[in-house]
Design a protein around this ligand. Structure first.
Ligand SMILES: C[S@@+](CC[C@H](N)C(=O)[O-])C[C@H]1O[C@@H](n2cnc3c(N)ncnc32)[C@H](O)[C@@H]1O
Length: 233
């Protein structure tokens, strides 16, 4: 966000114009802990290249981006990072995608194959989540039918497993991955399974990620990001 604000300010300075007042509205789902967001807003202001005290404001906007969040024609610039693949509803054709919580080979939506560049990013972060949920099924904590009907909006190809490396690195890696994946998926998991399982689930996830340390770590080698820029006519 500081990058965006700095760019706007710089573009005004280049043409000797006075930078405008800037209102940064941060949207997230209502269950988000906005306290954390607002604490972070202080460091955001520290990263700004010019003193915008009294000229740059931050506010939180709770709600889904699938509903109207702002009055019409009230925004000049909208930035959404890694979010809009969270669809408003589960697409049709996923009924047979049982025992997987993500889109796995063969892709039930029919577009992925072995030559697909995304295949090289064959991390199995989401396989680990499937495995961890199935562990809870075998412990009687989660219903199998609930896992069958749960689908995350991620594509993830299969990958080879490996089981080598130092134990401490493995455990640290497992915990780090569990914490990252929890921050991304917790609202969806809670909505589907309830919050009672979450701590146990991510303990399982950390354990499973540590077990498949090498294969999981290898996915850091390549990430594909699509950047789309739209201008209103
Ligand atoms: C992968 S995270 C990216 C977060 C941040 N933009 C970033 O780049 O670090 C996507 C976030 O979008 C949130 N999200 C999903 N659906 C949403 C919706 N309909 N409205 C608002 N936020 C949503 C999810 O809870 C998740 O935390």
């Amino acid at each position: 966000m500081s990058g965006i604000v700095n760019t706007i300010i710089a573009s005004y300075q280049e043409t000797s114009r006075t930078p405008p007042e800037i209102d940064c509205c941060l949207n997230y789902l209502p269950n988000n802990d906005f306290n954390m967001t607002f604490k972070w807003a202080t460091s955001f202001k520290e990263n700004l290249k010019m003193d915008v005290k009294g000229r740059c404001f931050v506010s939180g906007v709770p709600g889904s981006f699938y509903s109207r969040l702002f009055p019409s024609k009230s925004l000049h610039f909208v930035h959404s990072a890694c979010s809009i693949h969270w669809l408003s509803k589960v697409p049709e054709g996923l009924e047979d995608n049982k025992k997987n919580v993500y889109i796995r080979n063969p892709c039930p939506l029919g577009s992925k194959n072995a030559s697909d560049p995304l295949n090289r990013e064959s991390c199995h972060y989401w396989s680990l989540l499937t495995d961890s949920l199935l562990d809870l099924v075998s412990e009687g904590i989660v219903q199998e039918s609930d896992v069958d009907s749960f689908n995350l909006p991620f594509y993830d190809a299969d990958s080879e497993e490996d089981d080598d490396d130092d134990e401490t690195c493995r455990l640290n890696f497992g915990e780090m991955m569990a914490s990252r994946k929890r921050s991304i998926t917790e609202p969806m998991l809670v909505a589907h399974f309830g919050d009672a399982i979450i701590d146990r689930l991510f303990e399982k996830y950390a354990h499973n990620a540590a077990k498949y340390y090498i294969a999981a770590r290898s996915c850091n080698k390549m990430t594909v990001n699509f950047v789309v820029s739209l201008s209103r006519k």
